[in-house]
Design a protein around this ligand. Structure first.
Ligand SMILES: [Zn+2]
Ligand SMILES: [Zn+2]
Length: 273
C-alpha cells in the first residue's frame, strides 16, 4: 500500500472528541502515516500540541484562523513565538484572509465593519508571517475570496517564508503565481466532487513536486463519503483520484507528496514512523 499524509486535519474539533484513537488508527490502516493537526486560535493550538503529544504520527500547526480574527489579541506575536518553540510544532497557521463572510452581510454591524474586519485579518496574517520569518517556520494559508490581498501581504515575505495555499480551488494561472513566489498548493476531497472540474484542472497543471494532499476534516469528505464527517483515512480516496488526474501511479504520487511535506513542515522528515 502506498503511504500518504493528511497535511490539514482539524483533529481538535469536538467532532472527533469521542474517538480520536480510533480515527488515528483508521488513518494508519488506510496507509495515512502522518497527520498534521491544524489550529484556529490559541486554545486549539494548545489542543493540537496536546494531541500531537498523544500520537507519535500526529504533528501540530499553531495559529489563528482569519475568520476568527476579531477575537484575536492586538499583538499575537508573543503567543506565536512561544507556541513555535513547543515540541512537534511543524508550521504556523492556519492564517490568511477570508472575505467570504463579511460583517456587512449581517444587519447589526456598522457601515465600516468590513474595513475594520479586513484590517484585523491583515494584521494577524502579517504577524504570523513575521514570526514565521523569525523562527524559520512556513505558513499554512487560508484564503477565500481574498486572493489579491493575500498575495500582496505574502509577497514581501516570500524570500523568507513559504506558504501552502490549502484547500486549493483557484485556477491554473493563480497556481502558477503562487508557485512563482516559492509557495505550494494542497488539494482536498473537492477533487472527487462532480463539480470539482476546475480543481482537477488546477491539479493536472501543478508539477508533481509542488503539491500536497489534505482532508480539511471534518469538512469536505470526498466521494463516496460526501456530506458526512470527514477524517484523515479519506486521504486514500483523494489520492486515488489525484493519481488519475496526474496520470501517475499511486507510488509516484506517494513519494512526491510525502517528500514535499517532509521538506515544507519543520521536523517532519526523520520523525516517526
Ligand atoms: Zn482553511
Ligand atoms: Zn482548515
Amino acid at each position: 500500500m502506498s503511504e500518504f499524509y493528511d497535511t490539514h486535519a482539524h483533529l481538535g474539533y469536538p467532532d472527533f472528541a469521542d474517538e480520536l484513537p480510533q480515527v488515528v488508527a483508521r488513518a494508519a490502516a488506510a496507509g495515512i502515516t502522518k497527520i498534521i493537526c491544524i489550529a484556529t486560535d490559541l486554545a486549539s493550538s494548545e489542543r493540537a500540541i496536546q494531541i500531537a503529544g498523544q500520537f507519535p504520527n500526529v504533528f501540530a500547526v499553531v495559529g489563528w484562523h482569519p475568520s476568527d480574527a476579531s477575537q484575536a489579541p492586538e499583538d499575537l506575536r508573543p503567543a506565536l513565538r512561544e507556541l513555535a518553540r513547543r515540541p512537534k510544532v511543524v508550521a504556523l497557521g492556519e492564517t490568511g484572509l477570508d472575505y467570504y463572510r463579511l460583517p456587512s452581510r449581517k444587519p447589526e454591524f456598522p457601515a465600516d465593519g468590513d474595513e475594520i474586519y479586513k484590517r484585523k485579518q491583515a494584521e494577524i496574517f502579517r504577524q504570523h508571517l513575521e514570526v514565521a520569518a523569525e523562527t524559520g517556520l512556513n505558513c499554512v494559508i487560508h484564503q477565500r475570496e481574498s486572493l489579491e490581498d493575500t498575495i500582496e501581504i505574502l509577497k514581501p515575505f516570500a524570500d523568507r517564508v513559504r506558504g501552502v495555499f490549502h484547500c486549493y480551488a483557484n485556477d491554473v494561472p493563480t497556481m502558477q503565481r503562487i508557485l512563482a513566489m516559492g509557495s505550494l498548493v494542497s488539494f482536498t476531497g473537492i477533487l472527487t466532487f462532480k463539480n470539482g472540474q476546475n480543481v482537477r484542472e488546477a491539479l493536472a497543471a501543478t508539477p508533481l513536486d509542488k503539491l500536497m494532499l489534505e482532508t480539511d476534516c471534518p469538512f469536505l469528505a470526498p466521494v463516496p463519503y460526501r456530506g458526512k464527517r470527514g477524517e484523515p483515512a479519506y486521504v486514500k480516496e483523494i489520492s486515488e483520484v489525484a493519481a488519475q488526474v496526474k496520470g501517475c501511479s499511486l507510488d509516484e504520487l506517494s513519494s512526491a507528496t510525502c517528500a514535499t511535506a517532509n521538506r515544507f513542515f519543520r521536523g517532519l522528515a526523520g520523525a516517526l514512523p
